[in-house]
Write a protein that binds this ligand. Structure first.
Ligand SMILES: [Zn+2]
Length: 270
């Protein structure tokens, strides 16, 4: 009898608490937090900046609206049909031929294709040369880096969330990549490219006949989105508020939070 009384009293208290919770004023505009899976694994060249990258991206998520929580990992086993769908985007700051089973590869591509986001940073294009579908997703493979100096970049798209804070040009000191196939302006929308007048085009290693050096781009991938920036070699770049805003815009766009046009278009006339 006594136990019954305690149980029903407990029930009453729980009931009262539920009522109180449901009658609390709504938070209104606060959106649900998103989740980012940050794969920070280098099986080829390893940058000194991987720890900084993890710290910066985690902090960007905290101050973003909507907030996103970052899981930084070197564990590719998280790419599976149970864990990956809990995330809104997957981000790569990687190198090398990462071990992934055929089934995991399918889960990874389907994740983006069915409406989620992919973000590649810097050496992410120096990853999975032996998996061409990844090359299509990210938009290019790394060829080499003819320059490591202060360069001027042309902001080709000034409306995209990743670039609209930058103005017409952006001067930055970083390692500057040159890309090879499958890069094509018919497949990706270039957001930022190198101002060729700011570098020495006769430098050894410069190979592109078209002298088209894209730096950041995005593409639609099925119902999902893929964003890539070639910047992010140097510690100073990761600490640069302009770069952080660039990356944050790219992440939120890839998550589908912020709108932005990914329609490919030709190289602008000089
Ligand atoms: Zn680098």
């Amino acid at each position: 009898m006594r136990r019954l009384l305690i149980l029903s009293l407990g029930g009453l208290i729980v009931g009262l608490m539920m009522t109180a919770l449901t009658t609390l004023p709504s938070e209104g505009v606060q959106e649900r937090p998103r989740r980012l899976l940050f794969v920070n694994l280098s099986l080829g060249f390893r940058h000194d900046t991987t720890a900084t990258a993890a710290e910066v991206v985690t902090r960007l998520g905290w101050r973003s609206n909507p907030r996103f929580y970052t899981t930084t990992t070197e564990d590719l086993d998280l790419i599976n049909q149970w864990v990956l769908p809990r995330y809104d985007a997957i981000m790569f700051y990687t190198t090398g031929e990462l071990p992934l089973s055929d089934e995991q590869k399918q889960v990874f591509l389907d994740f983006v294709r069915n409406g989620k986001g992919f973000v590649g940073v810097h050496s992410a294009t120096d990853t999975w040369y032996k998996w061409p579908e990844f090359g299509e997703l990210i938009g290019a493979y790394f060829l080499n880096h003819p320059w490591h100096e202060k360069v001027r970049l042309i902001v080709e798209d000034r409306d995209h969330p990743a670039t609209r804070h930058l103005g017409e040009t952006w001067e930055i000191t970083d390692e500057i990549y040159q890309f090879r196939d499958p890069f094509s302006r018919e497949k990706v929308r270039v957001l930022i490219s190198l101002d060729n007048s700011s570098v020495d085009l006769t430098r050894e290693g410069v190979q592109r006949a078209d002298k088209d050096f894209a730096i950041a781009w995005c593409r639609q991938y099925g119902k999902g989105r893929s964003f890539y920036t070639a910047l992010g070699h140097r510690e100073e770049v990761w600490r640069d508020p302009k770069f952080q805003e660039h990356l944050l815009g790219g992440i939120l766009w890839a998550m589908g939070v912020l709108p932005g046009d990914a329609t490919p278009r030709p190289r602008p006339a000089k």
